[in-house]
Write a protein that binds this ligand. Structure first.
Ligand code: CA
Ligand code: CA
Ligand code: CA
Length: 731
């Protein structure tokens, strides 16, 4: 044998990489001196009934090599015809033996001994080494001494080798034995059976994320030597190599296992994941799955509480959201967490189904404030982070507020208030109402919330004096409400009006009159006269003239209110006109005040004392009437019968109504003023009228004037011009 040949054999397995299921591989099973370091004879089996079959390997281990190796040695005894000593090498199913590299020796002392290495199971039964039994022959081969490895080629289809020493004579007496020793055995096999591999762990087309495994189970006639994960046709990481023992015909075991799918290194979307296995002869097989990678959690949603996040008093909540699309695996469920405020005492719930968009209506265990967080789950198993989820608030308050009316406050006599205690949502609003004792009609007072109190003012200027009852209705932010008419001590809440000191304000034109009264004095009736002064609230001022309005402010006993401000407001006598501030006057030490008015137009003058927290306000109105005024001219003042006279003038002041001011021309009949013509002014107040005079006999003097009647939109009382004379000379 050439050394180069030896080196090639020493490489062991010849790996023929071939498409899965289609290839055939070769491998070599080594024994004794060919199988360092164990040198085991494991590949060979002694046939039952053999005489003196043994193995001493390696052959250089000690003693004479002539007795070592895988041995069939029949010496030192008488042997019957057919007695044998045998070792067998069996090829596993699916393989055939294609080659034997061998070193050893064989010897026989008589020709009837059969000493051989035979190949069986193939197309022919072939003796590779040795001799057949040759009884009756004395000239035959008796020794093979082959310490160097030589190659032998069994016939195609060989499935077993037999090392055989057998007595072929009628008997084989002691002293003429035979022996066969295999020092070196390297059996090369062709493996025609590819591995079978199946995968699991993920389904075909499944969406997966980083925590998933692909499992495999591989089976082969000579076992599995390695497995490797292939992603998109490329090996990932190192293969797993299983230990194989090439001193045995079936060198490897069957294996199953799993690989983590490295989805974090893969782009989102479709990938092919496969497991490639090789058997003990290097024959490959592969199986896999097409997967879709999704490591992206669904987007956070923005949940909303039906009806809003405010307080409510019914224990039922619906939370909904819309499901955004991120192009990854479909949404297959949601997790929602219900926590008391602050994420204490949380409960977690699952929703299943495609694209969930709401939590079915639910209630909470007790009143209070809760947070709900919702995260979606995709088909790959990614879940958005609960701690990053936007919470929505649920607020439940079913407890009515507790309300009691406060007692009167001496510092604020007109104030009516109520104290409200409400657990959870707190006071939102309310109403304090007032009812005259004996009446059934409650009147609402303007009520505001101040902290935990309802506060209102009783306008004792507006309500008649007398006894009143109070009641208060408080509403919390959840809409719970309670009404009470009692104070905290249980007493009925009442008020006696007026709450403040009464005052009396009088103003107008100062008038005085004598009042007569009959009294009894000293047993006799007497008439007593007394001068009483008062104020007439109707004040007439000529156009362009001035007048003084006087007034007095006092309490009902006549005690004056000294040095207090009286507001003066004025409203022109025009449609839709409002009161406008005009002045402030002050009372003197006798409570008196005065206000000068000019005769510019008719108007209402209001005097108001605003009062204080303890003194009730009061108001009085004075009507200032200004008669209308117009210039009036007759021309010429003297005419002949049949001529015409012109009346002309201009109304003073204003405003003039849009369509002009009505002017009534009057003449004196001797008994009364009689109208004879009505004219209208132009928008600037000018008026003119030409009147022909007929049927006058002799010299007649007419007395004529113009009346300016009161009219809506014209802020004056009815006024008159002075009379003018017209002389007419008849025929
Ligand atoms: Ca195989
Ligand atoms: Ca996703
Ligand atoms: Ca409440």
């Amino acid at each position: 044998m050439k050394p180069a040949h030896l080196v090639a054999l020493a490489t062991g397995v010849v790996v023929l990489l071939a498409p899965a299921g289609a290839g055939a591989g070769q491998y070599t099973v080594r024994s004794c001196d060919a199988a360092p370091p164990t040198h085991g004879p494991n590949a060979w089996q002694v046939q039952a009934g053999s005489v003196n079959s043994y193995a001493l390997c390696p052959t250089a281990g000690g003693g004479t090599p002539n007795t070592r190796g895988i041995t069939t040695r029949m010496v030192g005894s008488d042997f019957a015809s057919g007695a044998f000593s045998r070792w067998w090498f069996y090829a596993p199913a699916g393989t055939t033996i294609s080659r034997l590299d061998w070193a050893g020796r064989a010897a026989r002392e008589r020709c009837y001994w059969q000493v051989e290495m035979r190949a069986q199971g193939g197309a022919s039964d072939a003796r590779l080494i040795g001799w057949p039994t040759q009884p009756g022959t004395t000239s035959c081969g008796t020794a093979i001494d082959a310490p160097y490895v030589a190659t032998y080629w069994p016939p195609a289809g060989t499935t077993r080798l037999m090392q055989n020493t057998q007595c072929g004579g009628a008997s084989c007496p002691n002293g003429y034995g035979a022996t066969f020793h295999t020092y070196y055995s390297a059996v090369t096999l062709n493996d025609f059976s590819a591995p079978s591999v199946s995968v699991g762990g993920v389904a075909e087309g499944e969406w997966v994320r980083s925590d998933r495994l692909i499992t495999f189970s591989a089976v082969d006639n000579i076992g599995i030597s390695r497995a490797q994960l292939i992603v998109d046709g490329q090996p990932r990481a190192d293969a797993v190599n299983y230990g194989c023992d090439y001193t045995r015909p079936t060198p490897c075991a069957n294996h199953s296992g799993s690989f983590e799918i490295p989805t974090t290194e893969l782009s989102a979307g479709t990938h092919r994941v496969e497991v490639l296995v090789h058997d003990g002869s290097g024959t490959a097989a592969m199986a896999g799955r097409t997967i879709r990678v999704d490591n992206v959690p669904p987007p956070q949603v923005s949940p909303a509480v039906a009806g809003g996040e405010g307080w409510r008093n019914a224990n039922g909540f619906s939370v909904g959201w819309s499901v955004p699309s991120d192009g990854g695996s479909p949404i297959v469920g949601a997790t929602w967490e219900l926590c008391r405020l602050g994420r204490g005492a949380c409960s977690t719930h699952q929703l299943s189904g495609a694209n969930p968009t709401s939590i079915p209506r639910f209630g909470v265990s007790s009143d209070g404030v809760y947070e709900v967080r919702v995260v979606l789950r995709d088909q790959a198993g990614n879940v958005a982070s609960l701690s990053d989820a936007r919470p929505v608030m649920l607020r439940l308050d079913r407890a009515d507020p507790v309300v009691s009316i406060d007692g009167p406050d001496p510092n604020h006599p007109v104030q009516a208030s109520a104290t409200v205690n409400d657990s959870l949502s707190g006071l939102a609003g309310g109403q304090i109402e007032l009812r005259r004792a004996g009446s059934s009609t409650w009147r609402e007072l303007p009520t505001t919330v101040s902290g935990s109190r309802l506060v209102s003012q009783i306008d004792d200027e507006r309500f008649a004096d007398g006894s009143y009852e109070l009641r208060a209705r408080a509403v919390d932010r959840a809409g719970n409400q309670q009404t009470t008419g009692v104070e905290a001590n249980g007493a009925r809440a009442t008020r006696q009006l007026p709450l403040r000191i009464k005052t009396r304000l009088r103003a107008g034109r100062r008038v005085s009159r004598i009042v007569r009264r009959t009294v009894r004095r000293d047993g006799r009736k007497r008439v007593v006269r007394r001068r009483v002064t008062g104020f007439d609230p109707g004040v007439r001022v000529g156009f362009g003239r001035r007048a003084v309005i006087r007034g007095v402010l006092a309490n009902p006993d006549g005690q004056p209110l000294e040095d207090v401000p009286i507001r003066v407001l004025a409203r022109p006598d025009l449609p839709r006109a409002g009161l406008a501030a005009a002045a402030v006057v002050r009372t003197d030490s006798a409570g008196r005040f005065s206000y000068r008015v000019k005769g510019s137009a008719s108007r209402t003058i209001r005097f108001r004392y605003d009062g204080t927290s303890r003194i009730r306000p009061t108001t009085t109105d004075v009507e200032v009437a200004v008669p209308a005024s117009s210039r009036f001219k007759l021309s010429p003042p003297r005419i002949l019968n049949g001529e015409a006279v012109t009346f002309a003038g201009r109304v003073r002041g204003g405003p003039i109504p849009e369509r002009g001011k009505l002017i009534e021309l009057q003449k004196w009949t001797g008994r009364a003023w009689a109208p004879f013509r009505v004219v209208r002014t132009d928008p600037r107040g000018r008026w003119r009228h030409v009147e022909p005079v007929l049927s006058v006999r002799g010299l007649v003097t007419f007395r004529l004037r113009a009346l300016i009647p009161a009219e809506a939109g014209f802020p004056y009382a009815t006024g008159r011009t002075p009379a003018r004379k017209l002389l007419v000379q008849g025929q």
